[in-house]
Design a protein around this ligand. Sequence first.
Ligand code: KG4
Ligand code: ZN
Length: 353
Amino acid sequence: SDNLLVLGIETSCDDTAAAVVKGNGNILSHVVSSQADLLVKYGGVAPKMAEAAHAEVIDQVVQQALDDANLTEKDLSAVAVTIGPGLSLCLRVGVRKARKIAGSFGKPIIGVHHMEAHTLVTRLVKPDVEFPFVALLISGGHNLLVLAQDLGQYVQLGTTIDDAIGEAYDKVAKWLGLDMKRSGGPAVEELAREGDPQSVKFSTPMKQHKDCNFSFAGLKTQVRLAIEKRKIKADVPVSLATDQDRKSRADIAASFQRVAVLHLEERCQRAIEWSMEMEPSIKHLVVSGGVASNQYVRTQLDQVVSRKNLQLVCPPPHLCTDNGIMVAWTGIEHFRVGRSEPPPPACEPEDVV
Ligand code: KG4
Ligand code: ZN
């Protein structure tokens, strides 16, 4: 099964991505087409527009992934595609493409759960991450703590009761007048390095709730009020701010980040304790999703994990954000144990998916 060749397609949110991965973990190609420009222009993802943008580039992105891998559709063992969660209009673009290839070339198809893909890509990078393990998934749309007991077997320990942490980073970036050409997270992380994390006293979310759920809406409000109080104007970009104004924004960025991540730390510590009771053999905390590429997040969670004698495992940044590699790899894991669907009929009416 080391020679399996699986194409992975991902269109659940605002990136159109495809990749070819080999059963032995070799990444043969990796293509991502981002809608970041559209996001800036329209200030968010509008499903209809996102669907059109995926539809416009999907053929090209998949072709590029095959070309870069020096393969044609015929060489593939199977096609893996994200089937959820995500915007259904967008998901459908990827699913339609996957079914078309699978149907035309008689290839099995593997439906992949986006969050499982974020989790399992860690095992591509570090094969000694064996079940059971604990996983924290932090992105723009999701905030999840799970106990991964086996392939396809996950116990949800906690989730967000309102916003995801990535969403909070993005909003804070916007309010602080940061460059929104890319997503807000990296910009906040960068500015936070210039600030004093103790300067603004935000309170930690859900202190009184002794569970593993998350909440970021309250913290967002606290940050917005602090920004208003300091009369920071989002329409003045930070690059044009006075030194004092810039320092003031950096202080807010650093203070927000400290408390947001402290919230993650507390939840992870409890999730590890809960999990150890169910599965004492746990050795790893896997952290993935866009926000896992944040260096401060990694450093802080590493301390939590070390205190519990576990190991922290984060995929490299390009595998933390949405990509086709994680979908292809998750496809491989399922395909190996016989979980795939037979090829769909070669010609199917456009409206079956
Ligand atoms: O996993 P992902 O690419 O897409 C979703 O499934 O949402 O995550 C994107 C999110 C965005 O909110 C982005 O601001 C955040 O991840 N992000 C970061 C960093 N890099 C990306 N947040 C904080 N620090 C970063 N370095
Ligand atoms: Zn994602």
